[in-house]
Design a protein around this ligand. Structure first.
Ligand code: UDX
Length: 429
């Protein structure tokens, strides 16, 4: 969706194909099917000026110079990825290539394990089109590194572009990208497999960095005088480490990190290679969310019958996505303790409501959520929560207990104001 609107916004003719007719209808009416900053604006402009068209007709791409495969690759039960949508998309494109004259480059953007372009997509394209790779069509691996919540910005200004494939096809795609992004962008030209692996290595490294700082946070929290914020600042200024992705919290979630780490670990098993660091990053992350409940119990005692407010449900701010969000295991644990759980998120309420139905109290605002609460857990660092002063918690809660799971508040200010406060990675003073 984001790739499509960004190309269309620059004046390219884009046809989006999706089998989901409800989604097609939304997009035709210039409504984004999910929340993403700027997407609505881009969508409105490009649908209205006719640069972006959408359809469920799977051969609609037949006239294009490039055909992007951007379908999902969900986790299968064993952690490996399910390639059903990739296979279907490749088959549909292959069929449309049969009658097509001229050359089309198929660009595989979906996250797939090494070998997928060469061993899965290429044979399907060849079989369905009756053509050979390099004659009538080309194939490139071109992983996507955008972040949710920053998707439009990342699509227009990527740190680098990675293209895997055969030299001629890479050149064709590179020419298009040089036109789109300008001459100065870093372009890594490589094999299919290196391109595919780069995506997994990238996400695993970032997730490992977060799990690492969360492990240090757990050490700090049990150390008198410890504070992970200062330690993160201290190591982040070492250029070899870097300060990004060192924000300790309740763990990582979303549609990528959890799925991708599981997939690359599962791939390691199939080729008999140990993925020890990735396994450790997953293991730290599995335990991290429930630290919030432990901290709440430490400050509030038995939570049975108590009103616990959770501020933030999306897996991170600026998105309505709750896939693998840490709020979910926290809510589930709180429900087993028989707490009364009140929740609020600026964007993700409909998604959480669809999951938990009448098990929770759904608040209209953050204030409404903490009202008469015995304890409040910050699970996502939305800007609007950062602005909440200690007095708001003191005046509205039954007992002003705040568990800062995302380190958005200054501990001293909150403690001195009279809030009963604890935060991830903050030891006793
Ligand atoms: C990620 C990658 O960043 C992106 O390159 C890839 O294309 C898709 O996966 P995304 O899932 O949108 O993007 O979110 P990201 O901003 O990377 O955050 C992932 C998770 O890590 C979130 O749950 C976030 O809260 C958590 N996180 C991130 C931390 O807990 N601390 C940090 O310092 C950074």
């Amino acid at each position: 969706m984001v790739t499509a609107v960004c190309f269309a916004k620059r004046g390219y003719e884009v046809v989006g194909v999706d089998p989901d007719s409800r989604r097609i209808e939304l997009i035709r009416n210039a409504k984004a099917p999910f929340f993403e900053p700027s997407l609505d604006v881009y969508l409105k402009e490009t649908v209205e000026n006719g640069r972006l068209k959408v359809t469920s007709d799977s051969v609609a791409n037949a006239g294009s110079d490039f055909a992007y495969i951007t379908v999902g690759t969900p986790s299968a039960d064993d952690g490996s990825i399910d390639l059903t949508y990739i296979r279907n998309a490749a088959a549909a494109i292959g069929k449309s290539l049969r009658k097509r004259e001229g050359y089309q480059v198929i660009v595989l953007k979906s996250t797939v394990i090494p070998g997928t372009a060469r061993n899965v997509v290429k044979p399907i394209l060849e079989e369905q089109s009756g053509k050979e790779l390099g004659r009538g069509f080309g194939l490139c691996s071109n992983p996507e590194f955008l972040r949710e919540g920053n998707a439009v910005y990342d699509s227009e200004s990527p740190d680098r572009i990675v293209i895997g494939g055969q030299v001629d096809d890479i050149e064709r795609l590179e020419m298009f990208y040089r036109e789109f992004y300008g001459q100065s962008h870093h372009v890594i030209k490589t094999t299919y497999e290196n391109a595919e692996l780069t995506k997994y290595a990238n996400n695993s490294f970032l997730a490992m960095k977060v799990s690492f700082i969360n492990m240090i946070a757990n050490l700090c929290q049990k150390t008198t005088g410890g504070d992970v914020e200062d330690v993160a600042k201290g190591i982040g200024l070492d250029k070899r480490i870097g300060s990004l992705f060192l924000m300790a919290g309740l763990g990582w979630g979303g549609s990528c990190f959890p799925k991708d780490l599981k997939a690359i670990a599962a791939y390691g098993k199939t080729i008999n290679v140990k993925t020890t660091l990735i396994d450790a990053a997953i293991s730290v992350n599995d335990e991290q969310p429930l630290k919030a409940v432990e901290m709440a119990e430490k400050l509030s005692g038995d939570l049975r019958g108590k009103r616990v407010a959770i501020l933030g449900l999306a897996f991170k701010p600026n998105t309505d996505d709750i896939r693998e969000a840490v709020s979910i295991p926290i809510i589930r644990k709180l429900l087993t303790t028989k707490a009364k759980v009140a929740v609020y998120d600026p964007a993700a309420m409909p998604n959480i409501r669809a999951l938990f139905r009448d098990e929770l109290q759904y608040a209209e605002t953050a204030m409404d959520c903490i009202n008469r609460a015995d304890c409040c857990i910050i699970a996502t660092e939305w800007d609007e929560f950062k602005k909440m002063l200690p007095s708001i918690f003191i005046q509205n809660m039954k007992r002003p207990v705040v568990v800062d799971g995302r380190r958005i508040y200054d501990p001293l200010t909150f403690i001195e104001a009279g809030v009963i406060f604890s935060a991830i990675g903050l030891g006793e003073t």
